[in-house]
Design a binder for this molecule. Sequence first.
Ligand code: NAX
Length: 325
Amino acid sequence: MKAPVRVAVTGAAGQIGYSLLFRIASGEMLGKDQPVILQLLDLPQAQNAVKGVMMELEDCAFPLLAGMVATDDPKVAFKDAQVALLVGARPRSKGMERKDLLTANAEIFTVQGKALNEVAARDVRVLVVGNPANTNAYIAMKSAPDLPARNFTAMLRLDHNRALSQIAAKTGKDVASIEKLTVWGNHSPTMYADYRFATIDGQSVKALINDEAWNRDVFLPTVGKRGGAIIEARGLSSAASAANAAIDHIRDWVLGTNGKWVTMGIPSDGSYGIPEGVIYGVPVTCANGEYTRVQGLEIDEFSRERLNFTLAELEEERAGIAHLL
Ligand code: NAX
């Protein structure tokens, strides 16, 4: 039996947490032979709800669940954590300005970054789901100078999966047959879902679809505004699909993608004209527990505009919290 992996999850009492924890405990994230210890963080007022979730986790009698901890202290939750899913964040309340939302989250992610820096495993893999995810990941990364910057990532995978399913529907092909799709930039409606390099059974998706107006007027707005459409329809934001994307992100990072492209928000190395350090969605492949950015892709004029547009939003967010770091 392998030694258990310590997985910290914040926002454990929330709706994404409720979809996520059971799948982690059943082995869907780290493998069916990998025991896990769940270290659950939530606010003091949510501790009872966390206890309820833990009771349900117990009642599943998952063979791979080797232990659980519930706490409102990030230093307890992140102690020796090898994977940290930062899901909990301050939601936007009525009348709250975007600036206030950024500041409130900057405080949370500064504290959590510092705690990770102090107590987490030195190779901890961090995925930030809580919004604004890219900027929150940036803040956590900057607050954890003793940890490798490359271990801080933001979730663009839900956007990637949304784009995959739109293309599958448009072409009538299987989702699994689509390769080399990516989503650039911020996890927000400014993201740029890009199928210019994508293939299905070796055929170009761009050629198969052959409809630039569909790309611009249907595909990009549909993917970009999907979160809003789900809130409209369900009365609640995406939860199960967000949890699924988080599982995909960590599973692929740890277990590899066999050469397949996936999208991760990672600190820029300066390529594609993205300033170094900005947490930006890019295509990656994963092998041996590491991600590698896909390099050398051609950026045409339309794409450059879109890459710059989503970058401008990230730069604005970064400027908004710069004084706090
Ligand atoms: P919920 O409001 O259901 O749950 C959030 C949980 O986080 C609550 O239990 C709350 O008590 C806890 N929390 C708040 N501040 C905390 C802190 N400082 N430390 C620990 N826990 C804290 O939200 P849910 O629907 O689960 O969404 C969680 C986050 O994911 C939100 O920020 C949401 O905007 C974001 N999303 C990100 C997505 C992405 O693709 N990156 C997609 C889905 C989702 O919208």
